[in-house]
Design a protein around this ligand. Structure first.
Ligand SMILES: CC(=O)[C@@H](O)[C@H](O)COP(=O)(O)O
Ligand SMILES: NCC(=O)COP(=O)(O)O
Length: 244
C-alpha cells in the first residue's frame, strides 16, 4: 500500500445539520446520514459543534458517538469550557482544536502555536490524559508546525482554504507551502491531516503531492456534490481521488 492509499476520508456532516435545523424537525436524519456515509465507505465522521449550535447540536454529538463505528472527529474551540466538557464526555477517536471566534461564519485561520504554545500544551494534556488523539488546526507555515510539535499534539490539520482558492490560478504555487509544512511535520514527527474547501477538483492533486497525509475531513463541497450525484456516488468519487 502506498502512502496515498492510506489517506482516510472523514465526512463532515455539519451541513446535514444545517438543513435539518432549517425546519426544526429531524429531516434529514443526522445519525442515519452518518451511518450511510460509513456504509458508503467513509472512514470517519467529523462534526464541528459551535457554541450557538447553529448546525451540530451538543446532543447530536452524544447521539453520533452511540451510533457510529468509524473514527469520530470532533472539531471546535477548546477555549469554550462547554466544548471541552462535551469532548471529554464523548471520548471521540480524535479532537481537532480550532481557534475560532464566537459567531465566526466558518474557520478562517490556524493557531498561532508560538503565541499560544503554553496554553495549547496544557489543554492538549487534558485530552490526551482522557485517551483522545489530538490534532490542531494550523496554517501551512513551518514555524507554526515546529512550534506545534512542542505542544504535545499528535497531529496537525493543515488549513487548506488558501490552497483551494489558488488551485485554479497556479496549482504548483498553491501547494508549495503545504509540501513544505508537510515535510516539516515529518521532521518533527507529527501526524498530518488536512481540511477546508477541499473538493473534487483539488483533492487528487493535494493527496498526490503531500507526503504523509493521514486524513482529510471534507464537508461543504461533498454535501453540495451529493445533491447532483447522490451521497453514495459522491463518497465513491472522493475516495477515488484519494486513491491517486
Ligand atoms: C475546521 C474547518 O475547517 C471546518 O471544520 C470548518 O470550519 C467547518 O465548519 P462550518 O461547517 O461551521 O463552516
Ligand atoms: N476540517 C475541515 C472540515 O471538517 C470540513 O471543511 P469543509 O470541507 O466543510 O470546508
Amino acid at each position: 500500500m502506498d502512502q496515498h492509499s492510506q489517506t482516510k476520508l472523514s465526512v463532515n456532516i455539519n451541513k446535514i445539520a444545517t438543513l435539518r435545523n432549517s425546519r426544526g424537525g429531524n429531516n434529514p436524519d443526522l445519525v442515519k446520514t452518518a451511518l450511510d456515509c460509513e456504509s458508503f465507505g467513509a472512514q470517519g465522521i467529523t462534526v464541528h459543534p459551535r457554541p450557538d449550535e447553529r448546525h451540530i447540536r451538543y446532543q447530536d454529538v452524544f447521539d453520533l458517538k452511540a451510533a457510529i463505528s468509524t473514527e469520530f472527529n470532533i472539531e471546535g474551540n477548546c477555549q469554550e469550557e462547554s466544548f471541552v466538557q462535551l469532548v471529554l464526555a464523548n471520548k471521540p477517536a480524535q479532537v481537532t482544536l480550532v481557534p475560532d471566534a464566537l459567531g465566526q461564519i466558518t474557520s478562517n485561520h490556524g493557531w498561532d502555536t508560538i503565541k499560544h504554545g503554553q496554553y495549547l500544551k496544557e489543554i492538549i494534556a487534558v485530552f490526551k490524559d482522557a485517551g483522545i488523539r489530538v490534532s490542531i488546526f494550523v496554517d501551512p507555515d513551518p514555524r507554526m508546525v515546529e512550534a506545534a510539535a512542542l505542544t504535545g499534539t499528535d497531529r496537525i490539520e493543515l488549513y487548506t482554504e488558501a490552497y483551494a482558492k489558488n488551485y485554479f490560478v497556479n496549482k504548483e504555487l498553491a501547494i508549495a507551502p503545504y509540501i513544505q509544512a508537510a515535510r516539516t511535520a515529518q521532521q518533527v514527527s507529527l501526524g498530518l491531516n488536512a481540511g477546508h474547501d477541499l473538493d473534487l477538483h483539488n483533492l487528487r492533486y493535494f493527496a498526490q503531492n503531500i507526503p504523509g497525509l493521514l486524513e482529510v475531513s471534507i464537508g461543504h463541497a461533498l454535501i453540495c456534490d451529493s445533491l447532483y450525484f447522490g451521497l453514495e456516488a459522491t463518497i465513491g468519487r472522493y475516495l477515488d481521488q484519494l486513491r491517486g
